[in-house]
Write a protein that binds this ligand. Structure first.
Ligand code: ADP
Length: 257
């Protein structure tokens, strides 16, 4: 009888602590959802005034009777507003990708074509930095079951990072590996690499490395958070392997069409 009482008491304690943990998890989820709503609302509210600022600055910039110093000021306003607009756009994409209530409409998407498009977008920088580019893909088309806009974002953010964080004369390799159920996309660069401790935070919103070689380059720290959010929306995975100073490999797994 003593033992039964003891076991019952323990079971009751376990149940209580389980209940406490469950409530804590619920509260954290709710806070996370408040945070996402707040960010999305702010980004949305900033969009219109920013469009107005940019529009008027561009109009002033085109006026012939500006003094050189006024022209400098206007162009500083334009640059600042354009930067803010990119940030706001990224925040809106992040909020949309992470919104569990937004409709998910996947369709077959040609991943090879998305890779070639992303490389094309970066062509000017690739040529300027004299980067070698290699694409390794099987001859037959590789299609994933995904939202095409999302796939384009994922591929172009990874290719753009590889281009950005690889010094002149480096190489970018993009590989496509289909398996029975998934396609693995590897974006490999020979750039500055990422330290072990930075790798733990890489996919967090606003994270930017303290590596001096990376800090010098402009960025918001939202690119990889967006990539991760989109990949998870597709029930895919993303991993990073890197050694500081010796390049990085990002691998994305998406469901095969
Ligand atoms: P951003 O590039 O705007 O800073 P990201 O979220 O795309 O934001 O990347 C976060 C950080 O991860 C970057 O600041 C950089 O330090 C590091 N990083 C991302 N991709 C690479 C890469 N291919 N090589 C080295 N570092 C990278």
């Amino acid at each position: 009888a003593l033992d039964i009482g003891h076991d019952l008491g323990r079971a009751l304690l376990n149940a209580r602590s389980f209940e406490r943990e469950r409530r804590l998890v619920d509260e954290l989820r709710q806070l996370d959802s408040y945070k996402s709503t707040l960010i999305a609302t702010l980004a949305h509210e900033l969009k219109n005034p920013l469009t107005a600022i940019l529009g008027h600055a561009e109009m002033l910039d085109a006026s012939p009777e500006l003094t050189p110093s006024a022209r400098n000021s206007i162009s500083a306003v334009e640059r600042g507003a354009a930067r803010m607009q990119r940030l706001v756009d990224d925040l809106l994409v992040l909020a949309r990708a992470g919104d569990p209530h937004s409709a998910f409409n996947p369709a077959p998407v040609d991943l090879h074509a998305a890779v070639l498009d992303a490389l094309d977008l970066m062509r000017v920088t690739i040529n300027r930095k004299k980067l070698g580019v290699v694409v390794e893909a099987p001859a037959e088309g590789i299609r994933v079951m995904a939202e095409s806009e999302g796939v384009e974002r994922v591929v172009s953010n990874l290719v753009s990072n590889a281009t950005k964080y690889t010094p002149e004369g480096g190489r970018i390799t993009v590989r496509l590996h289909p398996t029975a159920r998934e396609v693995r996309l590897d974006v490999v660069d020979t750039g500055i690499g990422i330290s072990q401790s930075d790798q733990e935070h890489l996919f967090s919103e606003f994270f930017r490395s303290t590596n001096p070689a990376a800090v010098a380059l402009p960025g918001t720290g939202l690119g990889l958070a967006i990539v991760k959010s989109i990949v998870e929306r597709h029930r895919g995975r993303i991993t990073c392997e890197s050694t500081l100073g010796r390049g990085a490999t990002f691998s994305v797994f998406l469901p095969r069409a």
